[in-house]
Design a binder for this molecule. Structure first.
Ligand code: NAP
Ligand code: NAG
Ligand code: NAG
Ligand code: NAG
Length: 326
């Protein structure tokens, strides 16, 4: 009889041990890592990490002064003398320039082993308030830029039978949010891209990771913050801000262990688990834990959704009252 209890107790302990067992991690020491959007925010923190891990690093962005500043900063983090720290000014939305520059870069620095695309931006507002030019800008940088960088790098990675690709989505890649109609749509699109790409490149020994950062303390966030409607502010202010170094560390760890989603913090864990859907998985044990949590998490989600709805409704009533006074 006692033996049964011991066995019953052992099962969850064994499952937990399997779940917590770390995945094998790839090394980027001496490898060439390219970071698009590497001159600011999350990309810049990721570039610093790559340098600290001994990689040859190339940062890509448009503004040359910011690139030069970043290059100097990266050099101070070098861990060995022969480390190459490079910069390139290219608009990732210009496919031809991007492809040609990447090919030339490989001839100079060597084959690219890891490509991280962090270039992106958010503008908030109600859907009718966006100019067509703003809509195009958001689609171009957040979606086409990522697609172009993938299209340019995949043939090279496939030929070499190795490579790591990281795309940067957002929490709103998984859920819609007031004020994010345009940004959220294009960040959702990245999930479709990443999931499909994952299947296409896996046989070629290439991994795909989709980073889903929460609100992160970056120059990009500062300008996004200025465009937020009151509803968006009230809903998102409870979350607080994460440091870009924390997001970058998680992004790097998850990319090097080949995880599909990379997220930070408890709320992101809830959201990502809730939205796992048909996404790729590393180990069956992860799927077991996710499926055990899913039902409960859906109930928890109802509380969040209701609280968002009541914030939005309250703002709506306030606005109606103001417009009636006028
Ligand atoms: N910060 C957040 O709270 C947050 C949350 C979720 C997701 N994200 C996502 O995380 C990524 C990084 O965000 P961040 O806040 O770190 O942004 P950031 O501080 O504004 O940095 C963006 C970087 O991308 C570059 N870039 C922008 N447009 C480009 C283009 N057309 N071609 C090449 N480079 C370009 C910028 O340099 P130039 O302007 O000089 O080109 C800069 O280096 C974005 O995809 C963003 O959507 C951010
Ligand atoms: C690299 O990009 C720059 C700027 O977009 C462009 O002027 C240049 O022609 C490109 N280099 C190559 C080799 O195509
Ligand atoms: C897969 O890529 C890794 C490096 O990312 C390499 O060490 C390994 O040899 C590759 N495996 C195959 C089968 O090509
Ligand atoms: C965002 O904007 C609000 C005011 O609208 C301000 O109180 C807050 O400090 C800003 N946060 C950041 C990180 O810029």
């Amino acid at each position: 009889m006692e033996l049964i209890w011991i066995v019953l107790l052992l099962i969850p302990v064994i499952l937990l041990a399997l779940y917590l067992k770390p995945l094998p991690k790839k090394s980027i020491k001496g490898k060439h890592v390219v970071i698009i959007g590497g001159s600011s925010g999350i990309g810049k923190s990721t570039a610093i990490l790559a340098v600290k891990l001994g990689a040859h690093v190339t940062v890509i962005a448009r503004n040359i002064e910011k690139l030069e500043e970043t290059q100097q900063l990266l050099k101070t983090h070098s861990v060995n003398e022969d480390q190459v720290i490079n910069k390139l000014s290219v608009d990732v939305c210009n496919y031809e320039d991007l492809e040609n520059n990447l090919s030339e870069l490989e001839m100079v620095v060597g084959p690219i082993y890891m490509l991280v695309n962090c270039a992106g931006m958010a503008i908030c507002g109600n859907v009718e308030d966006f100019s067509l030019q703003q809509i195009k800008q958001l689609v171009d940088i957040n979606f086409l830029g990522s697609l172009y960088s993938v299209k340019a790098i995949v043939p090279k990675f496939k030929q070499r039978r190795e490579g790591i690709i990281v795309l940067t989505g957002s929490q709103v890649s998984l859920m819609g949010m007031y004020g994010y109609s345009i940004y959220s749509s294009v960040k959702f699109a990245l999930r479709g891209l990443a999931e499909s790409l994952y299947m296409e490149v896996k046989p070629f020994n290439i991994s795909v990771t989709l980073a889903l950062p929460p609100d992160t303390d970056t120059p990009g966030f500062e300008s996004e913050n200025k465009t937020k409607p009151i509803e968006t502010k009230l809903i998102s202010e409870v979350g607080g801000l994460v440091d870009p170094e924390v997001v970058a560390q998680k992004l790097m760890d998850d990319a090097l262990t080949g995880k599909f989603f990379s997220y930070v913090g408890f709320e992101s864990f809830i959201l990502t688990t809730l939205c796992t859907g048909m996404s790729p998985f590393n180990r069956m044990i992860d799927v077991v834990f996710e499926s055990a949590l899913l039902g409960l998490l859906r109930i928890i989600s109802a509380f969040y959704i209701s609280s968002f709805a009541s914030i939005i409704q309250k703002c709506h009533i306030d606005k109606e009252a103001v417009s009636k006074k006028k």
